[in-house]
Every structure is written in C-alpha cells, then in structure tokens.
Unconditional design. Structure first.
Length: 79
C-alpha cells in the first residue's frame, strides 16, 4: 500500500512528519506531494498540512500526530 504525505516547501512541521514516518515505518512506500503544485490541493490542504493519506481509500491522518497515532493509522484496515 502506498501513502502520500501532503507538504509544502520550507514547512518544518512537514519535515517533522516525514522524519516521524521514516522512524516509525522505515521502508514505507511514501510519496511526498507538494500542495503548491495544484490549486485544488492548496484549497483542500492549505492550512492543514502535513497530512498523511492512504492512496487507496483516501483515509487521512492530519497533523499533529505522534508515533502511537501514526502506528495505529498504518495498522488500521482501509475502508
């Protein structure tokens, strides 16, 4: 399963989220998506980034999240 991390340039919270994902789930199939590349993504995520989402199913985990919440999200069944 692939995950998307919605970010924007120079976002220290986005860097923290990416580091946490790497620590909790090394090797996770993660694609970083710059929301500034799309008006639709800017409208949707502009003030909520970083957001981790399952590519299939669209479930999202919004910041702030810690290792426990991240682990629970990754372990939960998509639906």
């Amino acid at each position: 399963m692939r995950y998307l991390l919605y970010t924007r340039p120079d976002c220290h919270l986005c860097d923290e989220a990416a580091d946490l994902v790497a620590a909790v789930a090394p090797g996770l199939a993660l694609q970083t998506v710059d929301i500034e590349d799309s008006i639709d993504l800017l409208d949707r995520y502009g003030t909520r980034i970083p957001v981790l989402a399952r590519e299939a199913g669209g479930e999202e985990l919004g910041w702030p999240f810690d290792a426990a919440r991240l682990s629970g999200f990754l372990a939960s069944t998509p639906g």
